[in-house]
Write a protein that binds this ligand. Sequence first.
Ligand code: GLC
Length: 423
Amino acid sequence: MSTELINKARQILQTNDLGGYTVPTQSMYPYQWNWDSVFVALGFATFDQNRAWLEIENLFESQWEDGFVPHIIFRKDEPSYFPGPNIWVAGDSLPTSGISNPPVASSIIKRIWDSCDHDENIDRLKSIFPKLVAWHRWFHTFRDPLNNGLVLTTHPWETGRDNSPEWTIPCEAIDISNVSPFTRLDTSHVDSSMRPTDEEYKAYITLVEFGRDHNWDHDHIAKHNPFRMLDVGMSMILLRANRDLLSLAEFLGEQDIVDELNQQIALSEKGIDYLWDDSSNTFCSYDLIAGKHSGFISSASFLAFYAGAGSDEQHQQLLENLKNIEQETDFLMPSFAPGQDGFDTMRYWRGPVWAVVNYMILNGLAESGYQDWADRIASDTKSLVELSGFHEAFSPYKGTGTGGDNFSWTAAIYLALSNLTNT
Ligand code: GLC
């Protein structure tokens, strides 16, 4: 690892720190994003424990009374971003978006807790713990329509894999004819070849307007939204987060919550099979409206290892898929497997590599005994940064940076990986 890059990574976090919360990158994403912040905390934890806790504590300031934690927190109005708070019209104590994000917080808190001074931080753990429980319960209550422990998503942006081809067909089925006129701002920050098309964007805004017009009534939205997918990524991440929250609950002696989480974990372990698609031999998302699997191999398919989900046979098949992808690319893990409809080396979530997803995949592979693959993904992640800098994402071929630059979560993962190497 290069000391110069470690210093640069720290500097990016410090520059993007707007006072207790960190923006993903300046101007293009000028607010606090949920899962970005959690990964940012992991980066801060490598050199400033206090600042790491603070990032997550500030994120949970936005939690709604029913446990929901939004995907963006609008602490002030920033004209460089669309759609802003006046479009979402959501929030409890703070203005926020009305959709959530992959619940990585419990897993990262557990990591931070495991490596910090317990006497110094026990009060912080005790204070964040019920908030984490409430957020997980929100998913279990509002987002488990089949009662099988899988996560329903109502907006592609909620999944964090905003423009994955997994959402293309379901989004094409949405009636976009009544969307209010708007001006995109994302394409003024980065080249439009890296961003969603106008038609896709209209579907995304239609979904925002649907939620807003129903006053962000999550019960109603979960039943009637024109986009209802069981998301492979969020389902795997929640299962893993439940395991990590369980271990925190055991540590704190919260027996009722231990029991509740054990039941929830058993439900998801069984339920995950619903996301296995025999025709494409992978875990993938499932469209509840059309009644079918997406049939696509994406980076989220490989989160099965991280979740501790799937049979031995399914794992062998995933490793087979991984080998094929490795032969076709220069850098792992493309967000979408090459050769499938919709693959694109530079466009959002249609091919580029994201460091945060790599981090989860490599941890899962290492824990499942596939250390060689884990090492390969860790080394590719570091090489991408060394080659192209702290971009938002990278082409899986030449490693060219895509999206925004000086990106917080890329810096955070570089720090986390360098920390692993040093210990
Ligand atoms: C993009 C990504 C999403 C991320 C956000 C801020 O919208 O798709 O995953 O949270 O940028 O970095």
